[in-house]
Write a protein that binds this ligand. Structure first.
Ligand code: APR
Ligand code: ZN
Length: 378
């Protein structure tokens, strides 16, 4: 067969920080050795995309194509690719799984190191980009190794998870970030056991996924914490047994409220907001002797967490997670199966669908707190 050539398609270019995305023609180069090119079917819009677009992310570099919560169909493969084939349905992974590096081989973490250095620089493993703005022929940087706000994406084959082709890609795209992050924090990072008590700080898309994970783990009590009482209805629908608004308690620290409510604290607490103050509250709401608190939310660059060391000396454990500890190629297909079996809620997380042309509206709605998740359908 003849080698694949460049494809001219449409993408949302982030020309510079703080400016709306510009939907225009993008030329996507062919996959090099070890790479695949994917035709995107859908992508979620996540706060991390907005964070980088805002310009406050010190690692953000422009011009680029943002987006990291995508799913699609493999259009072509480069030399030497054996793990995926043309036509495979895939979820794109911003944390790959090479199964060969020190991290993968450890069995202790999902933080594959195979392409970390180049991914962080916005380029492919060979140091170059596959993305060009067609109008000016200017090169565009990749983002999080995925760049899903474009009709086509090129990724190393180790950064796609092949999933059941019967699963709707417009739904399973959310398995590229938010849902595995929350569910995996419960299952992989904390290993929450049946009957445990859980508190979830922040009831956005990630927090609701923690709630869902806690339900699947058989937690006995799931307390949602949010300063927006408008989030409580969905939290209850996902399985929170109680919801607490810190604003109802005046100056009383929310950890004190939770400790009183639970006879000494929770077995597990999760921070899904990204604020260092609530990270501390979550740690201090964990039970003496065994309580574990997991940081999921992404704090601003350079921010520091604090608590009294006594909190740890007396048996609380402070942990963190990226992508919920999920090993993408191995575990995302299993999550798709759980979804197909009716055990994992994904469609309930999609508040609204948009076309690529409406992508700036999706960002605006996300900023307004209107969305569990917004999904761009190509
Ligand atoms: N106390 C309690 N809840 C708060 C507080 C606070 N001080 N501040 C904000 N919240 C709530 C908001 O009202 C919102 O419901 O936290 C929730 C955060 O939800 P989203 O903004 O929808 O964010 P989400 O997509 O769930 O992501 C949460 O994870 O991936 C990271 O960068 C992401 O750090 C963010 C976090
Ligand atoms: Zn690896």
């Amino acid at each position: 067969s003849s080698a694949p050539g460049p494809i001219e398609c449409r993408g949302a270019i982030a020309w510079e920080a703080g400016k709306p995305l510009s939907v225009e023609k993008v030329t996507v180069g062919p996959p090099a050795a070890g790479e695949v090119r994917v035709r995107l079917a859908a992508t979620g819009v996540c706060h991390t995309d907005a964070y980088t677009l805002s310009g406050t992310d010190p690692e953000g570099a422009f011009p680029c194509i943002l987006g990291h919560e995508g799913a699609g169909v493999v259009e072509s493969v480069g030399d030497g690719v054996t793990s995926v084939s043309v036509g495979d349905h895939v979820v794109l992974l911003y944390i790959p799984e090479c199964r060969e590096c020190k991290f993968c081989k450890s069995g202790k973490t999902n933080l594959c190191g195979a392409i970390r250095a180049t991914q962080g620089k916005g380029v492919m493993p060979d140091g170059t980009s596959r993305l060009t703005a067609t109008c000016s022929d200017r090169g565009l940087l990749h983002f999080m190794g995925t760049s899903t706000f474009c009709e086509y994406a090129v990724l190393p084959a180790i950064a796609v998870a092949t999933v059941d082709a019967a699963a709707p890609l417009t739904s399973v795209c959310l398995l590229g970030c938010g849902i595995p992050t929350g569910v995996g924090a419960v299952r992989n990072t904390c290993k929450v056991e049946e009957g445990a008590t859980v508190a979830v700080f922040g009831l956005g898309g990630v927090g609701l996924s923690v709630v869902q994970g806690a339900v699947l783990a058989g937690a006995s009590r799931i307390i949602g914490v949010d300063i927006d009482a408008g989030k409580f209805a969905n939290a209850t629908k996902f399985g929170a047994t109680e919801c607490v608004n810190p604003k109802d308690y005046g100056d009383k620290p929310i950890q004190e409220v939770l400790v009183e409510m639970t006879d000494g604290g929770l077995d597990y607490t999760f921070e899904a907001i990204g604020r260092t103050a609530t990270m501390r509250s979550a740690l201090e709401a964990a039970h003496k002797g065994w309580g574990m608190s997991c940081i999921i939310g992404v704090a601003g660059a350079g921010e520091m967490i604090q608590t009294r060391p006594f909190q740890l000396v007396t048996g609380r454990r402070w942990v963190g997670t990226a992508f919920g500890g999920t090993k993408g190629r191995t575990e995302v297909p299993l999550l798709v199966k759980e979804y197909m079996d009716g055990k994992l809620k994904i469609d309930e997380c999609i508040t609204k669908k948009y076309s690529l042309d409406q992508i700036n509206d999706a960002f605006a709605d996300m900023h307004d707190g209107k969305l569990i998740r917004g999904v761009i359908v190509f």
